[in-house]
Design a protein around this ligand. Structure first.
Ligand code: SF4
Length: 387
């Protein structure tokens, strides 16, 4: 089923490929966006990265972040993500050649894409049939991004017939990793015909609910999503018996149940966000049943200014005790170091400080794992961005 007003965006391609119904809301259907504070940080970091690429240097990050009105916590998040973008660009940007474009809009019929970085380099060693596409990611969702990259590549070859190969780079700023893959025209057109067949000519009946429903704007009204949520909740409650928390071994395959449970959790989170928003709009209190109201209760947290507290505490506490109650945030520290260094030497100054701190045993690296759904055979080459 294709409607005239349906448009297809590269950023939605992973979800559309996971469930083609996600691209075809009913006319007049209410679509729900999640209230996502991380999106503000993402927009701010993209703005910084754009200037970094355009000017090929670390810009005045404070000035770029300022219009976004970030909280101090969001600013602390935005800095390391911005520096991760720079760490990638300073070592790999040259491969993109001359004529690099940022925030590049591509359209062809019902298809559209917004490319963070685009170039058709004319490096001596490259045939002039190659294009580069780069996408910065400030969050990593449990989605296979391959479809997004191929969608971008598809638009590039549609718009520029001389392009026969597209190199896609996706940079996960939080993980400090980058996936790089070169696609041939044949691979790109195979994807295009599958996208046209499955997504653009959706049959109007087949839904594929799963963990990806958590990212779909149709989730609130989608019958398949509602059925999946009911089934998942029933399974979680009923399988091991009343009051018993189910074990991973109760579900085969566990990954499917994990993805469904993630979608249910997301539904609950989104509901809570909307309740909070409704209470705010009602002036801070919503009447409920049995004399109970839902109220935004003022609360506070003290934050101690380290510079002013230092002379008060240092005569009383030992250096070790002071260290126990003090934290040096790496992102803020590197920002301050960079501010002291002359232009062009900021990265070297930060590297030198980190090396010195490591040599003195002042850096404790914590290894941790993140639960994520991944492809068993990654199609792309993954590199780690230098720290
Ligand atoms: S909510 Fe899930 S099943 Fe429904 S359209 Fe979206 S992705 Fe498909």
């Amino acid at each position: 089923m294709t409607t005239e007003q349906t448009t297809y965006r590269g950023s939605a391609a992973p979800l559309n490929c996971a469930c083609p119904a996600s691209a075809h809301p009913e006319p007049g259907e209410v679509l729900i966006d999640s209230l996502n504070p991380a999106a503000t940080v993402g927009s701010a970091v993209h703005a910084v990265a754009r200037v970094m690429v355009d000017e090929n240097m670390v810009p005045d990050i404070d000035a770029i972040l300022q219009p976004f009105g970030l909280t101090p916590a969001q600013t602390s998040e935005a800095y390391p993500l911005s520096f991760a973008a720079w760490d990638f660009w300073k070592t790999s940007g040259a491969a993109f050649g001359g004529g690099v474009e940022t925030e590049y809009e591509l359209r062809a019929g019902a298809l559209s894409a917004h490319l963070d970085v685009f170039s058709m380099p004319f490096n001596d060693e490259d045939e002039p049939d190659l294009a580069y596409v780069l996408d910065w990611k400030t969050t990593r969702l449990d989605l296979d991004y391959t479809a997004q990259l191929l969608f971008y590549a598809w638009l590039v070859v549609l718009r520029f017939p001389k392009i026969k190969r597209v190199k896609t780079v996706i940079v996960f700023l939080r993980d400090r990793t980058a996936n790089i893959k070169e696609w041939s025209r044949e691979q790109i057109m195979d994807f295009a015909s599958e996208f046209e067949q499955r997504v653009m000519r959706w049959d109007g009946r087949s839904y594929t609910p799963g963990g990806h429903c958590a990212y779909c704007r149709r989730f609130a009204n989608c019958p398949a999503h509602a059925a999946m949520v009911r089934h998942t909740v029933d399974s979680l409650i009923e399988l091991p018996g009343p009051g018993v928390v189910p074990s991973v071994f109760d579900f085969t395959p566990a990954i499917e149940m994990y993805q469904r449970a993630t979608a249910v959790a997301k539904l609950v989170d989104t509901f809570k966000e909307h309740v909070r928003s409704a209470v705010e709009h009602a002036g801070g209190e919503l009447p409920g049943a049995n004399g109970q109201n839902l109220k935004l209760v003022p609360s506070s947290r003290d934050k101690i200014n380290a510079a002013l507290a230092w002379p008060v505490l240092s005569p009383v506490l030992s250096r070790e005790e002071m260290a126990e109650c003090t934290e040096i945030r790496k992102g803020d520290m590197l920002k301050a170091i960079a501010a002291h260094a002359p232009r062009g030497q900021k990265a070297a100054a930060k590297d030198a400080i980190m090396a010195d701190l490591k040599a003195r045993g002042a850096v404790e690296t914590t290894e941790f794992t993140v639960l994520r759904v991944v492809q068993s055979k990654p199609e792309t080459k993954e590199i780690t961005i230098g720290d």
